[in-house]
Structure formats: C-alpha cells, structure tokens
Design a protein around this ligand. Structure first.
Ligand SMILES: Nc1ncnc2c1ncn2[C@@H]1O[C@H](COP(=O)(O)OP(=O)(O)OP(=O)(O)O)[C@@H](O)[C@H]1O
Ligand SMILES: [Mg+2]
Length: 321
C-alpha cells in the first residue's frame, strides 16, 4: 500500500528565513504520525504545504496519492485540517460553520446538518451550537475548529497543535477521537510541542528542528537512542545535593542533572536496577537521607536535548490561532 503522505526535500523560504530545509516524510496509511518540535521548527509550514495552502520552493509532496501542487484541487477533497490558521466565520453560529464545511465537501444539506449536530455533541458544544462564534471562548473555538476538520470524514487528517488551548477534558476527548478515527483507517498527521502527546498518540514520531527531520522512530526507539535508564534521587535537604552528585558521578554514563528546586539529582546509567542498588548503598555510606529514589526511562525532552543541544519549548500559546 502506498504511504498516505509523502514529502521529499521540501524547501520553503520567507526572505532570509529558511522555514523548511529539506523536509522528508513518509506516513503509512491508517497510522498517526507526530511532528514534534519547538517554536519555529517548521511544523505549520509543513502542514500548510501538505494541505495545499502554501507552495513549496523546492521538493515534492503527495497526500492520498495526489501531488500537492499539480493535483491540489482534487487533493483537498480527501483531507481535513485543523490548526493555527483555521477559518471559522465569527458571524455564523457553531452549527452553521460546520454545516458550511459539509456543503463545501458536497455532503448535502441533510447529511451536513446531521454531521454538524453529532460533532457539536462530541465536542461539548451543543449548548452553544446556535450562538454566533464571536461569543465563543478560545477553547470553544479550538473545539469547533477540530470538529470542522472531521465533518467530511476525510481519509487523511492534519491536526496542527490540536490540544493547545484545550482544557484537560477536551484534550482527552480529542485523544479518544483520534484513536477511534485511526482504528477506522484514517491517517493522522499531528504536530505538537507536547512530548507526552506525541508519545501517547503517535506510532511514529519525527523530531523536527530548523526545518528538517533530525530523528525518526517510535517513542521507544527515540528514547533508546540516548540509551539507558535514569536514576532519580530526591534528598531531604538541598545541602546534600552536591554530595549526591559527587558520590554517584562514577555510576553515570552521561551528564548528571541537578535540580535544586526539587532537591533532585538525575543520573543516566546502564543496568538500572543494579545501579540503583549500588547508588543507595553509596549514599547510605555517606550518611545522606534519601526521600525518594527510583528508575525511569528518558523523556522525549531529554532525547531532544541530546539530539539538538537545546530543550523543546513547552508552553501554551492561547493567543495563537
Ligand atoms: N508568513 C511568514 N512570513 C515570514 N516568516 C514565516 C512565515 N511563516 C513562518 N515563518 C517562519 O518560518 C519558520 C517556521 O515557522 P513555522 O510556523 O512553520 O514553525 P512551527 O514549527 O509551526 O512553530 P510553532 O510551534 O510556533 O507553531 C519560523 O522561523 C517562522 O518565523
Ligand atoms: Mg506552528
């Protein structure tokens, strides 16, 4: 089966800014693919090109078998998009907005109306369905925008930072919806700055930085790339942090991280369980009072730091639409 989404060597420049610098992607049908990267990495630019809203300066891409430039018109009938540039008409009600999308996709009046009601219900917007969107909160707009992407049941769905600005309940709803869609064969490309989200939803994650993919794999594969487990020791008193650091440094296979606020030291190790036992023995011999100690796998943020030398930026962007 051909991939649902392919991109080869996409380049996009804005003046001197290189937004995309050779972006390559291949997304198998019926899977969730996560583009994970910090602000300005090129996520939205990629989505805009794949959804025909923007033409690449170089490279090629195809979605559902249609070239993003040559077959742009036919391509559009096969995709749904939600994201940072979405068009929601403020003067129409929520229901009218969704019905309009249905009509654009040639669903017919009756089916458009039924689909709109279903999705309003699904995203907790039934009470607001007949109110003009200009009175909606930011989170309500985001939910309406997501519903809009789903109206036509498109085989390929693009979700640009779908959970930014959503409350925890709406976030869970979205996660459930994505899981259901994929079980039904839909292909989803989502972008996120949230490591847990990529980890939870996406089978394959592409880590993006400066307009290209710098790492590709499952969450577990990416974690394996920086290897090993982490021992995390929390001490009663922050004055002991330096002792912990010095005592455990010989066990470390990489950088030891100290978090003074959490009174915590994190040490990358091999053979986690044995190393943890050894670590606790050494700390006891030094007379350090340990409040908590345990093993954990590296987070995707640590993967990102290892790959790029900088952290992913994790903050909400309520105001970005
Ligand atoms: N219309 C534009 N004009 C000029 N520069 C742009 C434009 N759109 C994007 N850029 C630049 O291209 C780069 C990539 O932007 P893009 O929006 O694709 O990043 P992103 O990964 O989606 O970031 P974010 O997480 O903030 O949404 C950035 O340096 C950005 O400033
Ligand atoms: Mg973006």
């Amino acid at each position: 089966m051909p991939p649902a989404i392919t991109a080869e060597g996409l380049v996009k420049k804005y003046g001197d800014t290189v937004a995309l610098d050779g972006m390559d992607l291949s997304v198998p049908e019926g899977t969730v693919f996560g583009l994970l990267g910090p602000n300005g990495a090129g996520k939205t630019t990629t989505v805009r090109i794949l959804t025909t809203l923007l033409r690449p300066d170089a490279g090629r891409a195809a979605v559902a078998g249609f070239d993003v430039v040559a077959d742009a018109d036919r391509l559009r009938a096969h995709i749904g998009v939600s994201g940072q540039y979405a068009a929601v008409d403020d003067h129409l009600t929520g229901a009218e907005n969704l019905e309009m999308v249905g009509r654009l996709y040639h669903l017919g009046a009756k089916r458009s109306r039924r689909r709109a009601r279903e999705l309003l219900e699904r995203f907790d917007l039934t009470d607001a369905a007949d109110r003009p969107v200009q009175g909606y909160s930011g989170g309500m707009r985001r939910r309406l925008d997501l519903a809009g992407a789903l109206v036509a049941d498109p085989p390929v769905l693009f979700l640009d930072e779908p959970t930014t600005g959503l409350d925890p309940r709406a976030r869970t709803t979205l996660w459930d919806v994505v899981a259901e869609l994929v079980a039904g064969g839909t292909t989803v490309l989502l972008t996120t700055q949230y490591l847990e989200e990529a980890d939870r939803l996406a089978e394959t994650i592409a880590v993006v930085d400066h307009g290209r993919v710098i790492a590709l794999g499952t969450a577990d594969q990416l974690k394996d790339r920086i290897g090993g487990d982490r021992i995390q020791v929390t001490v009663e008193s922050a004055v002991d942090l330096e002792t912990v650091r010095r005592t455990l440094a010989p066990l470390a296979i990489g950088d030891v991280q100290t978090d003074a606020v959490a009174s915590q030291v994190t040490i990358p190790v091999v053979n986690g369980a044995a190393a943890l036992t050894a670590a606790l023995g050494r700390l006891a011999a030094e007379g350090v009072v340990v409040r908590d100690a345990g093993l954990r796998r590296p987070t995707l943020d640590e993967v990102f730091l290892t790959l790029t030398g900088h952290h992913t930026v994790e903050h909400t962007k309520e105001s970005v639409r």
